[in-house]
Design a protein. Structure first.
Length: 323
């Protein structure tokens, strides 16, 4: 059970809403079937950073090169702590704070009103909630009893203003939906869709406030600097490239003992390639899967298939290597 947050990170959102059940199929897809998983050797610095973010109810900013497992960390924590399905917010250059909080389809609502009028439908009930859906961040900030897990993926691809726009939401654990706030006197409660499939939530007086601040994992490849005010609100962790023993755990989590005869050789080759150029752990999995195919995982890959697969799959990831 999580300890109580610091007094300055307590929130009073109400009433509490139930957390959706874990998506076990998604966890298996991301991490490998739980029956395959060997005992994981956690990095001591990673454990300290995760615990600090959980105890302080602050976002965890995870930086590091591509493919070291930054995004996977959110799913590992979800599986270990049973905090419901991971809410994922993928970031690109067009992402705005509002897109993470909610989306309102005003045009769709107008078209539906016109269709009703043309068909003679004289119903007068409000339908604004049918056209409003909370985004991943907006859903994470609903008043859940336990923190939801939110993955903010590849944050350094965002517009430069997004980090500053997030400051107030991260500090206050709340946000306003103007479309609902304007009608709060006549419609104090509006039920809207959430980022959880087939789930809804009731918004009161146009304001959402959390009860348990979500556990937010923000990943960054370190492609640009982030504002000091944003960094101050985060617990930071630089994820190192996985060591050979961690790579072995990763292989076994995906292939179980089928890969045992080949994993050491391929991991050695992977580490050798990594000294010359940037490669990611998922490329290791791709290479092993393809290399085992000629023998259907039974007779094993030939030396020729090793070389062909490694040359194709272990391609460089950064532009600098291409020079």
């Amino acid at each position: 059970m999580l300890p109580a947050p610091p007094p300055w990170r307590t929130f009073d959102g109400a009433p509490l809403i139930p957390t959706p059940q874990e998506d076990l199929a998604e966890l298996d897809r991301r991490l490998g079937p739980v029956d395959f998983l060997p005992p994981r050797t956690p990095d001591p610095d990673e454990v300290i950073a995760v615990n600090a973010a959980l105890y302080l109810r602050r976002p965890l900013l995870v930086t590091g090169p591509p493919g070291v497992g930054k995004s996977t960390l959110a799913y590992q924590i979800s599986r270990e702590l049973h905090l419901g399905p991971v809410l994922r917010w993928p970031i690109n250059s067009r992402t705005t704070l509002r897109s993470g909080l909610y989306d309102y389809d005003a045009i769709g609502r107008v078209h539906e009103a016109r269709r009703r009028a043309e068909s003679g439908d004289e119903s007068t009930g409000s339908d604004i909630g049918d056209y409003l859906q909370l985004g991943p961040l907006g859903t994470a900030l609903l008043p859940h009893a336990l923190p939801r897990i939110l993955l903010v993926d590849e944050f350094d691809k965002s517009d430069a203003d997004l980090a500053n726009d997030l400051l107030d939401v991260l500090e206050e654990g709340a946000y306003q939906i103007p479309e609902l706030f304007r009608i709060r006197a006549r419609e104090p409660r509006v039920t809207v869709h959430t980022a959880d499939l087939e789930h809804t939530a009731t918004i009161r007086k146009g304001v959402v406030r959390c009860r348990a601040f979500p556990f937010i994992v923000i990943t960054s490849n370190g492609e640009r600097e982030l504002p000091p005010a944003f960094l101050r609100r985060c617990v930071r962790f630089e994820m190192p490239e996985p060591r050979p023993e961690r790579l072995a755990e990763l292989v076994l989590s995906r292939f179980s003992t089928v890969a045992e005869p080949y994993k050491d050789k391929l991991i050695q080759e992977f580490v050798t390639y990594r000294k010359r150029q940037s490669v990611a752990a998922d490329q290791l999995l791709n290479a092993l899967y393809l290399a085992m195919k000629p023998g259907d995982g039974l007779s094993g890959p030939t030396e020729q298939s090793w070389r062909q697969v490694l040359d194709v799959v272990f391609q460089r990831l950064d532009a600098a290597d291409a020079g």
